[in-house]
Ligand binder design. Structure first.
Ligand code: PHE
Length: 512
């Protein structure tokens, strides 16, 4: 019989909230959002961004909380309970999570290496050359693995070790505990970075550049797609993470209120990060006497090239302090996100096979470690770039669309809304059904079509088509095949899928 001890449950609501906010706040907030805000019209970008949050972000967070809570299961179990035919859809995010993790943990390994380098500016006086030539030893193409980096592998082992440990400990004594420590610490670190950032000479230059609205950008459909893409990735949507975390909630809990809090907290953190990053970039532009445009980058270029350059400029004391704080912030934000991805995978297998969490967590960590090791080669950055592109442009978007359609239409948006409203203080109106049934699927379908058209026309970043097929397209095919194959396998206890929803005694074991 399923019970609380086996399935796990949050100790308290704060624990749940910090865990979902921990999942949402990640690399996406720190290194992608500031750049998008700047590139896509500054203050004007807030228009599509908030529209995306209201029309897709919040409705889908609400949907995923309600879905995981009502059906009390990991993504495959929840989908199966909703309708047996949907099971395979639930396995796709379980494995796609492992794909994201495979590179997410590599970036965290780089950050761990750079945290140590912060103590002596180990990235040398030329961080650009250092990062690509000495640290990554980037090869000349995505099929040339050339070299294997031990420091990166050691970092990967460390990060996977941490991930394994907290997953192994379980929901309340592992994931919840570490979020309760890391999230408040992360916020303190970010506040220190922001205060130092905005008090640097030239910071206002960066902030003005960041926020000066350019409304003409709103005519570009790409800007809108960026806004939706960012909201999806940043709120951890469509990957099953929120469904899984919500399945550990007790029966009576205010779902709607939690969804709004999650979205606002994630959004607030994104702002904070943008202010900190642009204050620092403004300082850099001032010191080097170049226009702000020359120093603005995102992702890898921001964290491992531009920022080390700024730390060099800050002098021995502040340079080191800010280096340590910045890389620590990436690691903390990243670990709490990666835990939610591992949990998506782990809980799917625990539900399906009835195996012990400790075993499943160990197997997951070993598979993850092996996958991540591929990125410790000279081709690592190429792999990462291609796979990340395919995950973001296709996997997440299609899963979000399918999720909205299946749950909105087949399970029934109004049924889901009733479930959430019955236990929540804020009641959702029929506007929510419209968002889920029409607006979200349509927007995501447009995104998908545009991405395919763009890809067919221009490829991606000049990579050879064979590489895109091998790492991107094949990966997606494998995800679907795994989903279909696993959905043919029986559940360890057939009674698990016979009943659905909280209505039934079978899993009504957890009164508050
Ligand atoms: N939201 C995380 C970030 O912003 C990434 C993530 C995506 C985590 C999907 C879990 C699921 O970095």
């Amino acid at each position: 019989m399923e019970n609380n001890q086996e399935r796990g449950q949050w100790n308290d609501k704060l624990g749940f909230l910090l865990a979902v906010i921990g999942s949402a706040v990640g690399l996406g907030n720190i290194w992608r959002y500031p750049y998008l805000l700047y590139k896509d019209g500054g203050g004007a970008f807030l228009v599509p961004y908030f529209i995306a949050i209201i029309t897709a972000g919040i409705p889908l967070v609400l949907l995923e909380y309600g879905f995981g809570h009502k059906f009390r299961g990991s993504a495959p179990l929840s989908y199966t309970r909703a309708n047996r035919k949907f099971e395979w859809i639930g396995w796709v995010p379980a494995f796609a999570s492992m794909v994201i993790l495979s590179y997410y943990c590599v970036i965290l390994s780089w950050a761990a290496n750079y945290l140590i380098k912060s103590f002596n500016f180990g990235w040398s006086a030329d961080p650009n050359a250092y990062f690509f030539d000495s640290f990554l030893q980037l090869s000349d193409g995505p099929f040339s693995f050339s070299h294997f980096s031990w420091p990166i592998l050691i970092g990967i082992i460390l990060i996977w070790g941490i991930n394994w440990y907290y997953t192994y400990r379980g929901v309340s004594s592992g994931i919840e505990k570490v979020n309760k420590f890391m999230m408040p610490t992360l916020i303190v670190i970010m506040i220190i970075i922001v205060i130092r950032g905005v008090t640097l000479e030239g910071a206002t230059l960066g902030l003005n550049a960041l926020f000066t609205p350019d409304f003409s950008r709103l005519g570009d459909i790409r800007v809108w797609l960026d806004a939706y893409g960012q909201v999806f990735f940043s709120l951890s949507l469509a990957m099953g993470a929120l469904i899984t975390y919500a399945s550990y909630l007790p029966r009576k809990t205010d779902l709607n209120n939690s969804a709004f809090i999650t979205a606002f907290a994630n959004c607030g953190f994104e702002f904070l990060a943008a202010i900190g990053v642009f204050g620092i970039l403004g300082f850099m532009a001032t010191q080097q006497n170049v226009p702000i445009d020359d120093v603005v980058t995102q992702s890898v270029g921001l964290a491992f090239v531009a920022f080390p350059q700024v730390f060099n400029l800050m002098g021995a004391f502040w340079g080191k302090v800010m280096g340590v704080l910045f890389f620590a912030s990436l690691i903390f934000a990243g670990i709490t996100s990666s835990l939610s991805l591992i949990e998506t995978f782990t809980s799917s297998f625990i539900d399906k096979t009835g195996a012990d969490r400790k075993k499943v967590a160990t197997v997951a960590a070993i598979i993850g470690l092996l996958l991540s090791s591929m990125y410790a080669t000279g081709a690592g950055l190429y792999l990462l770039d291609i796979i990340d592109h395919y995950v973001n442009a296709y996997v997440i978007v299609s899963l979000g669309m399918v999720e909205a359609i299946l749950i909105g239409w087949a399970v029934g948006a109004s049924k889901m809304r009733e479930h959430a409203n019955a236990i929540s203080y804020i009641r959702l109106g029929s506007w929510w059904d419209i968002m889920i049934k029409f607006v979200t699927p349509v927007v995501l379908a447009i995104m998908l079509v545009l991405s395919v058209v763009e890809e067919v026309r221009n490829g991606y970043e000049g990579y050879p088509t064979t590489a895109l097929l091998a790492y991107g397209v094949l990966m997606i095919v494998v995800l679907v095949v795994i989903g279909l194959v696993l959905s043919k396998r029986p559940w360890h206890d057939p009674r698990m899928v016979e009943h659905s929803g909280f209505e039934h005694d079978y899993y009504q074991t957890d009164e508050l």
